[in-house]
Design a protein around this ligand. Structure first.
Ligand code: ADP
Ligand code: ZN
Length: 300
């Protein structure tokens, strides 16, 4: 008989939807979803009720929470487990870790949604075997999680890769949509930025629309920066824009190779195809991220 892993619970808190799941060995056994309402306590209570009443074959061994941020991830801080200054109404300062895991008396993992997705891709997906790898989402916002030797990179806070400022095309004068920075990368290349540039939603834009090249050039700036600073073996690009418009990826490979300009031997557009990839876990990367956090907490 095969040894079975522990029964793990995961909660993914997204800007628009929340998902809870029970899983074993990276396989989701049951899941449920809810809209992320402005009443954080009510939303989290619904999730707790589901976790408490889901028919489990055995007690849950560990729980992982992967949330939109910014988050306080410093266990020494009194704010550990809270969402910090999010502009999302009703959620700033909410103690999501305490509310979802506090009363359970089981190990709990807590990290950003993108760090979770990075861990999940590292454990079960596109980044297996990579010691340094990154998961980026290009969706309503742009964010990224960095994993080094199986652990998400923290520090002062956690990476907020989407808000870097990049060298823009000289021909591009779009002011950007980020409420903090205007033309940071998120302000230039997220779904809402693409919609503002083009005057229609990203999913309605033709492959041939010139906005896509602009977006690819902007994303390539980030790719080159990540490759030069962190030297990742894999950069997985998920999110509604990247997964919905997969033709973007080959433009990003070419534009990244242009920026690296032959400096890193062998890293041409062809070689970058094996490094910059779509998620293997597809739209399950988020919830499996929460499960991966539960798995890490259980193993600690
Ligand atoms: P979130 O970031 O809120 O978790 P998603 O990752 O699904 O959500 O990203 C939503 C964004 O993806 C929206 O801006 C939407 O316009 C864009 N999007 C959805 N489908 C496509 C598509 N087929 N092509 C390009 N963009 C898309
Ligand atoms: Zn910004």
């Amino acid at each position: 008989m095969n040894a079975r892993g522990p029964l793990l619970a995961g909660v993914e808190l997204g800007g628009t939807k929340c998902i809870a799941a029970l899983a074993r060995d990276g396989v989701i056994l049951q899941s449920e979803r809810w809209p992320t309402g402005d009443d954080a306590q009510a939303t989290l209570s619904r999730i707790n009720d589901w976790l408490d009443s889901a028919p489990c074959p055995e007690p849950i061994a560990s729980i992982g929470i992967a949330s939109f941020g910014p988050l306080c991830l410093d266990p020494a801080s009194s704010d550990y487990g809270r969402i910090v200054n999010t502009p999302k109404p009703g959620w700033a300062g909410v103690d999501v870790l305490g509310i979802l895991a506090g009363g359970r008396n089981i190990p709990a993992g807590f990290d950003t949604d993108v760090a979770g997705a990075a861990l999940a891709e590292g454990r079960w997906g596109a980044s297996i075997g990579c010691s340094v790898h990154i998961y980026l989402t290009i969706g309503t916002g742009i964010g990224g999680g960095v994993v080094v030797d199986g652990k998400p990179l923290h520090g002062l806070l956690h990476p907020e890769i989407g808000h870097i400022r990049i060298r823009r095309l000289a021909s591009d004068s779009f002011p950007g949509t980020c409420p903090f920075h205007g033309d940071c990368l998120e302000g230039l290349a997220s779904g809402p930025a693409i919609a503002a540039r083009a005057g229609l939603r990203a999913e309605a834009l033709a492959d041939t629309d010139p906005v896509w090249q602009n977006v690819a050039d902007d994303l390539a700036e980030l790719m080159a920066m990540l490759i030069l600073t962190l030297s990742p073996q894999r950069i997985v690009i998920g999110g509604g824009v990247a997964q919905g418009h997969s033709a973007l990826l080959s433009r990003v490979h070419k534009a990244t190779a242009d920026r690296l300009a032959g400096y890193l031997a062998g890293l041409d557009a062809r070689a970058l195809e094996a490094i910059i990839v779509l998620p293997t876990l597809g739209d399950k990367a988020g919830i499996l991220g929460a499960i991966a956090l539960a798995d890490s907490a259980f193993s600690r």
